[in-house]
Design a protein around this ligand. Structure first.
Ligand code: PMV
Length: 329
């Protein structure tokens, strides 16, 4: 089989029902099913080339030739692709993000989605979308939701084959916007990968799980019916539940900064004044402000005026992970 080079672009995604905690850490099987939207302006581009002359994988993330945990995770994922393709060659993998890495915008999702699609293509593997989501999930759980386009559900299951992601609705189904209010750009102290392992001791873990299960069909239907009221209500509650679990884990994870909380209050104030808007927050301090296209320009400008907001990244529903000829090397 001819080994080649391939490049893929993957979007980050924002979860309305979150993935927080796993039933199986090595296979990355989540405790609960989750629902998200791909973010068209928060992307990772990754080029992978297998090369029999290389002695070890060479991983270049954001221009830096790194030998750390991120590199090891990339190498382990390349091992999964090598096992599927029955190849021995090491690879060169280079990736670049369109947004700050490790700051509550899921760079692991866009990164592992792009890596999965690029590495499989470079290895000459032909896999359908479901198989790609299962493979991406093993690199980083939320990455599986970045493989299909638009609005996506990731199913929980006890087996690897059962825990895949599929589209709920295409990107043009609903003009939902995610305005990411960036208040922090440095790496968070405890990444989500570790956070999932700390859920157990939280006294709220099982209550959150029950609530996430209750809310899952409501959020799915709210997307299908373009019902912003229900989506906003359930999404905001779920974000707060996830952070309650994180805060009561051992050790306790407190991702919010004073700016985060200030924006939460401000968004609620805008909503009380009649604007259809809500927030959600991943494992970081940045606030994802959700609204519809008709209110996006106004809210974008208002967010930029708030103290502590360094940037606003305005996202519409994004495509699935796709191959491109724009190789990075
Ligand atoms: O896929 P991971 O390990 O980066 O976990 C993502 C966790 C959250 O972003 C906080 C929630 C989610 O469902 O995306």
């Amino acid at each position: 089989m001819a080994l080649g080079k391939a490049t893929a672009v993957g979007c980050a995604n924002i979860a309305f029902i979150k993935y927080w905690g796993r039933r199986d850490n090595s296979l990355r099987l989540p405790l609960n099913s989750s629902i998200s939207m791909n973010l068209d302006r928060a992307t990772t581009i990754t080029t992978v080339a297998f090369d029999a002359a290389l002695k070890a994988d060479q991983v270049i993330i954001e221009g830096a030739d790194r030998a750390d945990q991120a590199t090891r995770r990339v190498s382990e994922h390349l091992d999964r692709v090598r096992a599927l393709g029955r190849i021995d060659a090491r690879a060169r993998a280079m990736s670049r993000n369109s947004f700050p890495t490790g700051a509550g915008i899921a760079s692991s999702a866009s990164g592992f989605a792009a890596l999965t699609v690029a590495a499989c293509a470079a290895a000459g593997l032909e896999m359908d979308e479901r198989a790609l989501t299962i493979l991406a999930r093993q690199g980083s759980g939320s990455a599986c939701r970045s493989i299909p386009s638009g609005f996506v559900e990731w199913h929980t299951a006890d087996t690897s084959e059962g825990s895949y992601a599929e589209q709920i609705a295409p990107p043009d189904h609903w003009d939902l916007c995610d305005l990411i209010a960036v208040v922090q750009t440095e790496h968070k102290k405890v990444g989500s990968s570790k956070g999932h392992e700390l859920v157990g001791p939280s006294p709220f873990a099982s209550a959150r799980l029950a609530e996430a299960e209750r809310a899952l069909p409501l959020v799915r239907e709210a997307i299908r019916n373009r019902d912003f009221g229900t989506l906003g209500e359930e999404t905001e509650q779920e974000a707060i539940r996830m952070h309650c679990v994180a805060m009561t884990s051992r050790p306790s994870l407190l991702y919010w900064s004073p700016e985060t909380v200030r924006i939460m209050h401000t968004v609620r104030g805008w909503r009380e004044a009649g604007l259809p808007v809500c927030f959600t927050i991943d494992a970081g301090a940045n606030v994802h402000v959700l609204c519809q296209e008709q209110d996006a320009a106004l809210l974008d400008a208002r967010l930029r005026d708030l103290p502590g907001v360094l940037d606003v990244i305005a996202n519409r529903p994004g495509p699935g992970t796709y191959l491109t000829d724009a190789h990075l090397f």
